[in-house]
Write a protein that binds this ligand. Structure first.
Ligand SMILES: [Zn+2]
Length: 79
């Protein structure tokens, strides 16, 4: 009888520990979602001409840096 009680207690403790772990995981995932801006964690770059911030995939890269448009890349190169 004592052994049965011990195992029952152990099962309850294990259940509590797992439930706490699951809740912590759930909270961490919810926080990750909240912290990540809409297209999944894409790097932001700054236009070297006008200073506007834009996703890296929308920027134009050149030797002088990143630009928001081809026009700004040309205007910056002309200076
Ligand atoms: Zn610009």
């Amino acid at each position: 009888m004592g052994r049965l009680l011990f195992f029952a207690l152990l099962a309850v403790l294990a259940f509590w520990a797992l439930r706490g772990y699951w809740r912590a995981q759930e909270r961490r995932r919810a926080q990750d979602r909240a912290n990540t801006p809409a297209p999944a964690g894409e790097d932001m770059v700054r236009c070297a001409h006008c200073g506007v911030h834009l996703p890296e995939s929308e920027g134009i890269r050149s030797e002088e840096g990143c630009f928001c448009s081809d026009e700004h890349r040309r205007l910056h190169a002309r200076r």
